[in-house]
Design a protein. Structure first.
Length: 179
């Protein structure tokens, strides 16, 4: 199946990384994971923003509405601290929330750390874009993506986005069988 190049937004939400005080490890971890798993053509559209809700909302809207990303994955800002506002920014820009993503990611993370219950990861739909909030810790990013990504290509199909193919040896995307 010949499909257009999928654009995927990768957003790191971090005060320290945006000021250059801390190396962004989350965004590159997402990109490396996607490079390993996706077999269909895609291009990353990366952004790094501070934990400021208006700025996070603006970048999410830009990636969805102007950049035409079919998927936007964020890292950071999902905890309980006062400056952790990524879920609020995501909810503010989405028309539909997809709570199953956050539920599954927390469930998987609880197998590794009891503090996973403090995470407020969520997901939602804006137009034809699926937005997913991931934690900021690079090792948790892979764990969470492995858990939810089997459903991502079909969700994007339902949003009439590009056809995403995965390396089935790594992640088997679920698509219902056609009758």
């Amino acid at each position: 199946m010949n499909s257009p190049v999928a654009r995927i937004g990768i957003v790191t939400v971090s005060d320290r990384a945006s000021r250059g005080e801390y190396e962004d490890l989350g965004g590159p971890a997402i990109r490396e994971w996607l490079e390993r798993v996706l077999q269909s053509p895609w291009e990353p559209v990366a952004r790094l923003v501070p934990d400021e809700q208006p700025q996070v909302e603006a970048v999410l809207r830009e990636l969805c509405d102007e950049q035409g990303c079919c998927l936007v994955v964020t890292t950071g800002g999902t905890g309980p601290a006062a400056r952790d506002i990524t879920p609020e920014a995501t909810e503010a820009v989405c028309e539909k929330m997809m709570p199953g993503f956050g539920e599954l990611m927390r469930s998987v993370s609880l197998q590794y750390v009891p503090t996973a219950i403090l995470s407020r990861q969520t997901a939602g739909i804006r137009g034809q874009t699926l937005l997913i909030n991931l934690p900021g810790k690079p090792s948790a990013i892979g764990d969470c993506l492995e858990a939810v990504f089997p459903a991502v290509p079909y969700c994007i199909d339902l949003l009439e986005g590009p056809f995403l193919e995965t390396d089935e040896a790594l992640i088997k995307a679920f698509r219902p069988k056609k009758k």
